[in-house]
Write a protein that binds this ligand. Structure first.
Ligand SMILES: *Cc1c(COP(=O)(O)O)cnc(C)c1O
Length: 358
């Protein structure tokens, strides 16, 4: 069969909202060859050794033949203790992307609207499009601060997403301003803290203070478990109860629940890992500045930078030819730039050495 015909035939079968979109395209994940991978904000260090032990114990305990706990209670109890909330304030997900999907399906109907800042995480817009909803993108100012228009009221607005720290900039909207935004918005505000563990401040207290603030966290970045798929949301129990109606019954598997519980129990590992990454981030930022780039001060595990003269795409391609992957990002109406994940010191040294030769 001619693939072109089959594609167009399929596009007539699906919902028009799906036929019309391109779908989210994740960063490159090469499966063969030896790469220095600085493009999708993974942690360069192996996870806590407690993770492998917990997975082995789960396999040995023969519990894999049974369905997992639909609400991942062991994890919620430990996380709740650590965060100072009750377990019914927590919902677990198959990565935090799963939680973002659940949130959009719960709050935003067809023809309604969600709001995000721009440039930010592109998945928010894709989720709106899948839902047949609109996505209003509020531009960051040139210094990556957020204007009052992010809090503007509009009748069809049902949900707002703020990645904080933001990607690709790594910048943080201060919690006081997030609070002011939440107080003005007519809808829930999701503060996506996928990078929250790397930042100086977070918005967890706001969940207790403001009814409609929801915080999401991921185990993919700070806990070095991107391959495992685990995240959680913190919100009022009334909100969590509604979200539970939308999620898959068994959205987290037994291995990921056991592994994430072991990981969150090892806060010493986390603190040590964050220290290393923050130190390397500082060195990377300074070195980029020395090489004539304009890096943005980051609160995350990556650094966004532009160069006043050199074309960004050529830099990305030059590095890729030498098996070093960074992210070249193009944002229509904003511009382009390079996002570099903080790797190990050796990886960053190799990256910088290669950059100097380009
Ligand atoms: C990486 C990332 C996520 C997704 O995290 P997973 O837990 O791997 O699904 C969510 N939000 C932002 C802003 C991210 O960068």
């Amino acid at each position: 069969m001619n693939p072109a015909t089959s594609v167009s035939a399929a596009s007539r079968l699906v919902r028009p909202a799906i036929a019309a979109i391109q779908g989210y395209v994740p960063g490159e994940q090469p499966q063969v060859g030896k790469w220095i991978k600085l493009n999708t904000n993974e942690n360069p260090y192996p996870p806590s050794p407690a993770v492998a032990r917990a997975i082995a114990a789960t396999v040995a305990g023969r519990t894999l033949a049974k369905y997992p706990d639909p609400h991942a209670t062991v994890f919620r109890v430990r996380a709740a203790e650590l965060l100072g909330v009750e377990p019914d304030w927590i919902l677990c997900g198959n990565g935090s992307d799963d939680l973002l999907t659940i949130l959009v399906r719960t709050f935003v109907g067809e023809g309604q609207c969600l709001r995000t800042a721009y440039p930010s995480y592109i998945l928010y817009k894709t989720l709106a499009e899948i839902q047949g909803a609109g996505c209003e993108e509020v531009m960051f100012r040139s210094d990556w601060s957020l204007g009052d228009d992010f809090a503007a009221v509009r009748p069809d607005l049902r949900l707002a997403f703020l990645a904080n720290p933001n990607s690709p900039s790594g910048t943080l909207v201060p919690p006081e301003q997030v609070r002011a935004i939440a107080d003005q918005l007519p809808c829930p505000l999701v503060v996506d803290e996928a990078y929250g563990d790397f930042a100086d401040a977070d918005c967890l207290d706001l969940v207790r203070q403001c009814e409609r603030v929801i915080v999401t966290r991921s185990f993919s970045k700070s806990y070095a478990l991107a391959g495992l798929r685990f995240g959680f949301a913190v919100a009022r129990p009334e909100i969590i109860a509604e979200l539970r109606k939308v999620k898959d019954s068994y959205n987290c598997d037994a291995l990921s629940i056991a592994a994430a519980t072991a990981a969150i129990d090892d806060q010493a590992w986390l603190a040590d890992c964050i220290d290393k990454i923050v130190a390397t981030r500082r060195r990377l930022t300074e070195s980029l500045r020395d090489l004539g780039f304009l890096p943005v001060e980051s609160q995350a595990n990556f650094v966004w930078c532009t160069h006043p003269e050199r074309p960004h795409r050529a830099i990305y391609e030059g590095l890729k030819a030498r098996q070093i992957l960074i992210r070249f990002m193009q944002y229509p109406g904003w511009g382009d730039g390079l996002r570099i994940t903080v790797g190990t010191d050796d990886e960053i040294d190799a990256f910088l050495a290669c950059l100097k030769t380009l």
